[in-house]
Design a binder for this molecule. Structure first.
Ligand code: FPP
Length: 227
């Protein structure tokens, strides 16, 4: 089996999972955290170097205030609760996105966890938070403004994105039957293989990840060339 070095996931369907059970949407997010844990552990086991997870888009700030608040508190709680699991599994934790929109308390808690886990040798978990692909390209363009045209190369753009230094994902999984990119990593997914599954995120566990990797392994990646 061909295991990617960077797997990215658009975790979708928490709300529908909760609705099917007559529960509050937040219960779906809580159950979704268990999937995050399971998938992260599997990535460590498989030796995946990077696992990026789309946790909250720039557009998600427009959700009802109560849901935004509940998601942010859930995240803050997870960062305390999951500390031991991250350390035991040697997982490095990083958050990428428009951090200026986060509360100063949450931002500080994130920075502390990033520092505490920075030497962990196994999978790097990238939580894409307050992130959108167009925002990422825009902030990169602002960083490059003022440079000479010949200095603005593909590599310079790569290095100005929040994912600087991280290889592009070879595999992007989207759960819950939706088949679109939803303003996610637009630049970084130029040659990424997409795997869509009907499974709702709270039901996506280790076996679902293995099935997605197996599907990826069967793909013939040509990068626009003839093989
Ligand atoms: C999509 O489901 C999910 C989200 C917007 C949030 C994802 C958050 C978590 C899994 C929990 C916290 C994350 C981490 C990394 C600890 P949806 O609400 O859009 O579902 P729907 O499409 O069915 O309404």
């Amino acid at each position: 089996m061909n295991v990617p070095q960077h797997i990215s996931i658009i975790m979708d369907g928490n709300g529908r999972w909760a609705k099917q059970r007559g529960l509050d949407r937040v219960q779906g997010h809580i159950e979704g955290v268990k999937s995050v844990r399971a998938v992260t552990e599997k990535c460590v086991e498989l030796g995946v170097k990077y696992l990026s997870l789309y946790a909250f888009s720039e557009e998600n700030w427009n959700r009802p205030t109560e849901e935004v608040g509940a998601l942010m508190s859930l995240l803050a709680k997870c960062m305390i609760q999951e500390y031991d699991t991250l350390m035991d599994n040697g997982v490095r934790f990083r958050v990428l996105g428009n951090r200026s929109r986060l509360s100063p308390d949450l931002d500080e808690a994130i920075t502390n966890l990033e520092k505490a886990t920075e030497n962990n040798p196994n999978t790097t978990m990238l939580i894409m938070l307050s992130y959108s692909g167009k925002w990422d390209i825009l902030q990169a363009a602002k960083k490059l403004a003022g440079r000479k045209p010949e200095e603005i190369t593909m590599e310079a753009i790569d290095d100005a994105l929040v994912t600087a230094g991280i290889p592009d994902p070879e595999l992007l999984i989207r759960t819950s039957g939706e088949q679109r990119i939803s303003n996610y990593m637009l630049w970084q997914t130029a040659y990424t293989e997409f795997v869509f599954t009907d499974t709702l995120w709270p039901d996506f566990r280790k076996d679902s990840l293995m099935a997605a990797i197996e599907e990826y392994s069967r793909r013939d990646r040509r990068f626009g060339k003839v093989k």
